[in-house]
Design a protein around this ligand. Structure first.
Ligand code: N01
Length: 531
């Protein structure tokens, strides 16, 4: 039987995959999206834990590629909940008739570049397919991290991971529950679970900074104002370093007086969520300024949390923002409840998981449900968990063993005709993901079109341009405080992973760079290299 041959295979049916399908199919290419899940949504399919919602305002965390789409869709809240985002993505898929070209329940096992035929041979859980181009739309935070806790398989209660949450609602009423980890996922879910559970034990290794979302129903006057000038509004956001509105202030914290800082931080605490870090321009580049913001948040924690010992444990000591800032609805307040207990893993390390719960600091906690909120093998995990082989059978996992190198987060040397959406070396996780992925989708689609029009068959990056680019990524990060703590931005959360900073900081210069590269006929990439 002959193999099915396609122009483009897209892996993943999340925000990126859906837009890629629409864009490439409209340009006349044969395209199929391969999706492991039984439905679309990517991140917004898998992360259904209680309280899951976006922490960038929905008027910005949404597609802008179609004016009618952005005019007709109405968000019910400022920050939309997971279910509504999933409904939106289904609406988009129906509106552009995308589902017919998505193969669900289809996991990609391996992808091998056949150098003689210049084709990718993709092996899935359902068979094989050949394609000229392979676009990995696999997401930056989609490979869940399950730490190797001793005895994990022995646990007999309900075991959950925030990044792989069941599709059926989980009800914790009358249950005792343990949650390990205090990153964004946990911080969003704790207040909701605490409302239901008989008792919630929170196991914390590192406290985190979190800013109140002050979420609420959509302000219809604001929505109408934005819709009346949507393209201009998007452009304004795009000019900000992180691609998010409200973060474009030029004033320096170190130049302001104490009263001015107090007022400014208070205003941002009450109104800006993630944009708290945009209160001043120097918060992420000057340690002294950063400490001013950090100590403001620590004081807030002390004001909110009634038990001073618990407040102290919940107060982070590291640079604010160097781990991804969290945004919450009632997180610190949840620790004032009688049914919530915080356990510090630094003084009570987890000894093992037992059949009934877990042992930490010699004490056994028996629980009906055990939740891991232990994050992801970020930015590279979704790629290295697939057996991807490029020229001469080189494996991507091996090539990235000492650090992920990519040109612009789009192309990888030795892996011709393979593109990554929001790959390492692009602003991705340090930007508003939706416009960032739209930028990549458009760049990749235009590149493939340009190759068709210019009779080019194979495009690839080179080691030299990757080295140069990743050096720049790190030089830019060195100008900031981002490298000053352990975080998934630099691979510190995964033992076996190279410790290197992966996102490019700065949306406008990055956009300018990739636009220029495209305008100069994909400068830095090599076409039709002979084997
Ligand atoms: O994961 P995390 P997450 N023993 O890596 C702890 C995005 N997101 O799923 O800090 C004990 O942030 C770990 O401790 P430590 C967002 O970008 C967005 O919460 O390593 N603890 C940490 O506390 C976010 O940043 C939204 O010491 C262990 C926690 O587990 C990213 O996804 C919502 C451990 C993991 O926190 C990831 O968030 C949710 C161990 N062995 C997520 N291993 C939005 O609002 C890890 N931990 C859009």
């Amino acid at each position: 039987m002959s193999l099915r041959k396609l122009d483009v295979v897209v892996v993943g049916a999340g925000f990126s995959g859906l837009y890629l399908l629409h864009k490439l199919r409209s340009s006349g290419f044969s395209v199929t999206v391969l999706e492991k899940a039984d439905q679309l949504g990517g991140t917004w399919h898998w992360n259904r834990y209680p309280g899951a919602r976006c922490d960038i305002p929905s008027l910005q965390y949404s597609y802008q590629f179609d004016e009618d789409l952005q005019q007709e869709w109405n968000w019910s809240e400022k920050y939309s909940a997971q279910q509504e985002i999933l409904e939106y993505l289904n609406h988009v898929a129906d509106r552009f008739d995308l589902k017919k070209d998505i193969e669900f329940n289809t996991e990609v096992i391996s992808a091998r570049f056949n150098e003689e035929k210049s084709l990718w041979e993709i092996k899935t859980s359902h068979g094989e397919v050949e394609t000229k181009f392979c676009v990995m739309a696999t997401g930056c935070l989609s490979a869940p991290n399950t730490p190797d806790f001793k005895g994990l398989d022995d646990y007999e209660g309900q075991f959950l991971h925030t990044g792989k949450w069941p599709q059926v609602p989980v009800d914790f009423t009358d249950e005792s529950v343990a949650i390990i980890g205090t990153g964004s996922s946990s911080i969003q879910s704790i207040p909701v679970i605490a409302e239901q559970a008989k008792h919630l034990y929170v196991f914390q290794r590192t406290p985190n900074y979190s800013i109140p979302s002050n979420n609420g129903p959509m302000d219809h006057a604001e929505e109408a104002e934005v819709k009346s000038r949507y393209p201009e509004f998007r452009k304004e956001n795009w000019e900000n370093g992180f691609g998010i509105a409200g973060m474009a202030i030029e004033e320096m914290a170190v130049e302001d007086d104490e009263q001015g800082r107090k007022e400014k931080f208070n205003h941002h605490w009450e109104n800006e969520g993630l944009g708290f870090l945009g209160a001043y321009a120097d918060l992420m580049i000057d340690k002294e300024a950063n400490e001013m913001a950090a100590s403001f948040v620590r004081n807030k924690v002390k004001e909110i949390v009634k038990n001073p010992e618990v407040a102290e444990l919940l107060s982070p000591k590291f640079t604010i923002g160097c781990k991804r800032l969290c945004v919450d609805t009632g997180y610190f307040e949840a620790f004032n409840r009688d049914n919530v207990t915080l356990i510090d893993l630094n003084t009570n390390p987890i000894d093992c998981i037992t059949s009934k719960g877990l042992m930490a600091g010699q004490e056994e906690y028996s629980v009906d449900s055990l939740i891991l909120a232990t994050g992801f093998d970020a930015m590279t995990g979704a790629l290295t968990r697939i057996d991807i082989r490029g020229r001469k059978g080189i494996s991507l996992k091996d090539q990235w063993k000492d650090g992920a190198k990519s040109y612009l987060g789009l192309g990888i040397s030795n892996f011709p005709n393979l593109f990554t959406v929001t790959g390492p070396g692009s602003p991705s996780v340090l930007s508003n993901m939706v416009p960032s992925l739209e930028l990549h989708v458009e760049w990749i689609s235009q590149c493939i079109e340009w190759m068709r029009d210019n009779n080019k068959k194979v495009i690839e990056s080179t080691k030299a341009v990757e080295e140069e680019w990743m050096t720049l990524v790190n030089e830019v990060a060195d100008l900031t405080v981002y490298k000053s703590c352990n975080s998934w931005y630099n691979g510190s959360n995964i033992d076996e992973k190279a410790k290197e900073f992966l996102p490019f900081i700065g949306v406008p210069p990055y956009t300018e760079k990739i636009t220029e590269v495209a305008e100069q006929n994909y400068q830095g990439f090599v076409f039709d290299k002979t084997n």
